[in-house]
Design a protein around this ligand. Structure first.
Ligand code: URA
Length: 205
């Protein structure tokens, strides 16, 4: 069983966690990625967002959600009344998993073993930040945190009872909005995404 658990330092401050995660080889993804993309944001953030895994842009820059999905996320957060700079943003898996297709690096879904191996980092981040609201973006994040039986399609936008935080909500992954088949579907999905984030904004008041 692969797990990052033995690598998590006793002192669970964000800088200590980040430094320890930089050398993580708990699963095989670290060897092929450019670097660990750890979460970032204020340690007193009221909101923690969890994505799937870094993409190409994040792998190169070392920061979560800075590529196309990140731009969409930033806009949607702002429209929902949330400031990205005040949110802690992380991913269920902290290394980019990719496959070469010509010169391009194509995103591959992390498997269950990789997701499980990485979960101790998320747990440590959650313990360090203790956000009021935990927002799970897409099925990978939601199932990593809430269990594999959880279905985002059935429960998106709902306030979920959970011991992890007072407010827990799952919604689509912003990349799914970018993949919508046509502009009308994209507009619709984007509006629902902003509405789901708005549920969090209102619950925080
Ligand atoms: N998609 C994610 O899930 N996370 C990122 O950091 C970027 C894209």
């Amino acid at each position: 069983e692969k797990t990052a658990a033995p690598l998590v330092p006793a002192q669970r401050t964000l800088p200590a966690l980040r430094a320890a995660a930089a050398g993580c080889r708990a699963c095989d993804l670290g060897a092929r990625a450019t670097q660990t993309v750890f979460g970032e944001g204020p340690r007193d953030a009221a909101v923690m967002l969890v994505g799937e895994q870094p993409g190409d842009a994040e792998d190169l820059s070392g920061r979560p959600f800075v590529g196309p999905a990140g731009r969409l996320l930033d806009e949607a957060l702002a429209e929902a009344g949330l400031d990205r700079r005040r949110v802690y943003v992380t991913n269920a898996v902290k290394h980019f998993k990719w496959e070469a297709r010509g010169k391009k690096r194509i995103h591959q879904k992390p498997d269950a073993g990789e997701i499980r191996a990485c979960r101790p980092w998320f747990e440590a981040e959650l313990a360090a930040v203790r956000p009021r609201a935990l927002v799970l973006l897409g099925a990978t994040a939601a199932q990593s945190v809430l269990g594999r039986a959880f279905r985002v399609t059935q429960h998106r936008g709902e306030l979920l009872p959970s011991p992890l935080a007072p407010i827990v909500l799952a919604t689509l992954h912003p990349s799914a909005i970018l993949r919508a088949p046509d502009p009308e579907a994209r507009r619709r999905e984007r509006a629902r995404f902003v509405a789901d984030l708005g549920v969090v904004t209102r619950a925080l008041r």
